[in-house]
Ligand binder design. Structure first.
Ligand SMILES: Nc1ncnc2c1ncn2[C@@H]1O[C@H](COP(=O)(O)OP(=O)(O)OP(=O)(O)O)[C@@H](O)[C@H]1O
Ligand SMILES: [Mg+2]
Length: 182
């Protein structure tokens, strides 16, 4: 998919989660390491946990309310304020779900470049549906079943993605008090 981006082998990371709560605890912490403007593609079959992971990240970024699946609206914006260290900083997040996109051209009509060029963090479910129009990801996250829970496979495609993958691995290791991802 990322024809212009090469996948950097050394930053392919696999993280296992025994259940939803385990993944959400991780997301709450991982959210703190998302630089402005980072683009994450979330891959995985129907019902695999893409919205659940997005919810964890968006709430970890400071959103207090619900995070609904933007299946019908295609995109849901979040304007968050990070009040850490006395200074408040605005964080914009766009959560896309392109499952119902009939044609990638629809993304052009909705001005998708403006969303991605705005410096916001972009989380994209079903990025395959926007192939050819959607800007490239920094990090591809693929969710697959693992025991009763899920595995997240991270593949970085930019320096930002490499850093994210490394930080997420470190977060997973510190939370699980282990140096092994298996
Ligand atoms: N880490 C996890 N371990 C076990 N179950 C999980 C985990 N994450 C999510 N689930 C469960 O998977 C189900 C589907 O989650 P979710 O709606 O997030 O999937 P999705 O990938 O966004 O689906 P869709 O493709 O329809 O958008 C939910 O019932 C949720 O409880
Ligand atoms: Mg979803």
């Amino acid at each position: 998919m990322n024809d212009q981006n090469t996948t950097i082998d050394s930053t392919q990371v696999t993280l296992n989660f025994t259940d939803e709560a385990h993944m959400l605890d991780f997301a709450a912490e991982a959210a703190k390491q998302m630089p402005m403007g980072s683009v994450l593609y979330l891959h995985g079959d129907l019902g695999m946990g893409k919205t659940t992971l997005s919810r964890g990240l968006i709430q970890g970024l400071g959103h207090q309310g619900a995070v609904k699946s933007p299946t019908y609206t295609l995109v849901e914006p979040y304007q968050l304020t990070d009040g850490q260290d006395g200074k408040s900083k605005q964080i914009n997040v766009y959560h896309f779900d392109l499952y119902r996109l009939a044609d990638p051209e629809e993304l052009e009509f909705m001005g998708v470049r403006d969303y991605f060029d705005s410096g916001a963090i972009c989380l994209v479910e079903w990025p395959e549906k926007g192939q050819g129009v959607l800007p490239h990801a920094d990090l591809d996250v693929t969710i697959t079943p693992w025991q009763e829970g899920r595995t997240l496979s991270l593949a970085a495609s930019s320096p930002v993605g490499v850093k994210l993958a490394e930080q997420w691995l470190a977060t997973w290791q510190s939370q699980n008090n282990d140096t092994d991802t298996e």
